[in-house]
Design a protein. Sequence first.
Length: 168
Amino acid sequence: MNNSLMKIFFKLPFIIILFFGINSCDDTRIYEQNSSFDNQFWMADSSKVFEIDIVDESLAYNVYLNMRNSSTYPYYNIYVNYSLYDSLGSVIVKKLENNHLFEPKSGRSLGQSGIGDVFDHQFLILKNHEFNHSGKFTFELQQYMRTDTLKGVLSVGIRVENTTELER
């Protein structure tokens, strides 16, 4: 066997694993989008908007708030206002969420560690939510802390998963 063919032969299992790892799908996720902040600051007047398309109203959905922050984030928690609007702009849900990013006493991050001092969090904000019709819906996220400039926030986003079929 020549040398180049032998290299391909030994690399083949790694290529297959990489291919299937990248192309494996998440059957429950119907939407996931994150939006980054310039200079790692979330301004109080800067809301992030995400538009989702619900195709099947017979399913129940879990909706998650995604957040990525650095260790420079100055607080142990974050208040986020979220609003869900239908295609006509009518408010379906509006709520203020308080989520913990760090343990209050020890300061240890409660999120998944990414690279270095970057942490990923995912908070369930709507559980088994029923959309009463299919179509476009909009989520709006806005920080509601006591400071106009919230440092250490890299990105926020929304993840929507279907859970189970509803019995009607």
